[in-house]
Structure formats: structure tokens, C-alpha cells
Design a protein around this ligand. Structure first.
Ligand SMILES: [Zn+2]
Length: 275
């Protein structure tokens, strides 16, 4: 398998988002930095010697430095811990640009573009360089919200459950991590058990995150944990699941823009399916 094959297979893109409308099928294009007043860096922050050259906007750079200074570990679903600094370091190491979504790639939200290939969903498209994280421009004047969303979107880019479609479970943890580094009253997490699919659905509903309802509940990798938590029907992805997810992706792309029917028509088979 070489890169040429990989990139030539790309036909469909879907984005994962923070809040609001669900999915957009639209080519990623270059975004430009907005003209803003240089932000002030809060005193007392540890500024690393190496800053991410892929971040050119001063507001975003300040948010990245704040994230780098979040060193308190928070516990994940499997007992591991994660810090804001680790997320910041990941962005630096991977050279992932963070840009304002002035072209509306994310449909009014923040996102990374997900590309469909013969080998599954990936974050790297055909364009040269590393695909950026797009940030909703309204956050330019909301540094707290920017920090939250930056952590959320970097968490997605770490592919915490491996390659694959986004899930309710991944969104739940992306939001939890976002509010761990930038405390907020929304979303509310108390009283919802993420290890039960009903708990996930109620959490989405009660926090007005209905746009995520169409996502699968869990990534295959955490099925065993769901079993131990008493989930009724834990399982890895069956062929039916894969076909259902593929069809959902097709419908979501069509819903975003009926003009995409030409692209949807060439949605390739799920890896390993058929010949
Ligand atoms: Zn998300």
C-alpha cells in the first residue's frame, strides 16, 4: 500500500464538529488568519522554547500556550490519564495547523475534515501538508471557548480509538476533555453513564447535542469495557454495522448538499468488504 493509492482513493470527506449542525461534505481549502488585535499572554504561564510553527494566529497561539500549561491529569474511560500539555505537545509534534474557518468548511462550527479512503477514515487529504484544525471564527473573541474547542479538536486528531468514524462516546470524551481544561457550565456530565448507550443518548439530548445522535454509540475498541459496565448488546462492528455506517455517511453527505450525489455515488466499499 503506498501513498499514491491512498490519496487517489479519496472521494468523500466528512467533518467532525463541535456543536450545531452535524456533517458537511465540502473540500477543505486554505483559510486565512483574521486581522485581530494581538492578545495578551496571561502572566505566570510556562512558555516552551519550541512553539508550533503551524500556528500563525496570535490568539490561537495563546490558546495553545494555555493548553500547554494545563498539566493536571484527568482520568479517561480506561483509567489512563491525559493532560492538556500532552494534547498541546501532540499538536506540536504532528505539525497540525490550526486556522480560523473563514471559508465555512465546518458549516459554522469547528472541525477537522475526515476523508474516506479505501483504508478507512483518515484526517490527511490529498492536499500537500498536514490538514488543519478549523476553528469557528466567533471564538476569536472568546479565549475561554477557544481553549475548550482547541483541546476538543486535538483530542479527535489523536485518534484515541484508532481510525474510524466518529462516535457518541468519542464526542462525550472530547467534550469532557474540553471542559477539563476550560471549565464551563455546559455540557453537563453528572448523572450520565457513558458506558451505557442510553446514558450517552440522554447526555446528548439533555445538552442539546442532538446533531450527534446519528453517530454510532461506541468505537469497536471499547466494547469490552462496555461489557463490564453491563451494556446489553456489546459487539465489535459487524458487516451490517459497517454497511449501516456507510449508508449513514451517504445520507449525511446528501443532506449536507444534494449536489454531492455525484460523490456519494462512488462511495467505495468498506475496507475488507467484497473484493
Ligand atoms: Zn467533536
Amino acid at each position: 500500500m503506498n501513498k499514491t493509492i491512498t490519496t487517489s482513493a479519496m472521494t468523500i470527506i466528512i467533518v467532525s464538529i463541535v456543536g450545531g449542525a452535524a456533517f458537511v461534505a465540502k473540500p477543505a481549502s486554505a483559510s486565512t488568519a483574521l486581522s485581530v488585535a494581538p492578545p495578551k499572554l496571561p502572566p505566570g504561564l510556562d512558555v516552551p522554547a519550541q512553539l508550533p510553527s503551524a500556528i500563525t494566529d496570535p490568539n490561537v497561539l495563546v490558546a495553545w500556550i494555555k493548553l500547554y500549561n494545563r498539566t493536571e491529569p484527568f482520568s479517561l474511560w480506561d483509567g489512563r490519564t491525559l493532560t492538556g500539555r500532552e494534547l498541546a505537545q501532540f499538536l506540536l509534534d504532528e505539525g497540525i495547523p490550526v486556522v480560523w474557518d473563514v471559508d465555512g468548511v465546518c458549516g459554522g462550527n469547528s472541525c477537522s475534515v475526515h476523508h474516506w479512503t479505501l483504508f478507512g477514515w483518515v484526517y490527511e487529504g490529498q492536499a500537500p501538508g498536514v490538514d488543519p484544525i478549523y476553528i469557528r471564527p466567533a471564538l476569536q473573541t472568546d479565549p475561554h471557548g477557544l481553549l475548550m474547542v482547541l483541546a476538543h479538536e486535538i483530542f479527535h486528531r489523536t485518534e484515541p480509538f484508532g481510525r474510524g468514524v466518529d462516535t457518541k462516546f468519542e464526542e462525550y470524551w472530547a467534550f469532557r476533555i474540553g471542559t477539563a481544561v476550560a471549565p464551563a457550565e455546559w455540557p453537563v456530565f453528572d448523572g450520565y453513564d457513558p458506558m451505557q448507550s442510553r446514558g450517552l443518548s440522554l447526555w446528548l439530548r439533555d445538552n442539546n447535542l442532538g446533531a450527534y445522535h446519528r453517530l454510532p454509540a461506541y468505537p469497536p475498541g471499547i466494547a469490552g469495557l462496555v461489557v463490564s459496565a453491563g451494556e446489553a448488546r456489546p459487539r465489535s462492528l459487524s458487516t451490517d454495522d459497517k454497511l449501516r455506517i456507510q449508508e449513514e455517511a451517504r445520507l449525511m453527505i446528501l443532506a449536507a448538499d444534494p449536489a454531492n450525489v455525484a460523490q456519494v455515488g462512488v462511495l467505495p466499499a468498506w475496507p475488507g468488504q467484497g473484493e
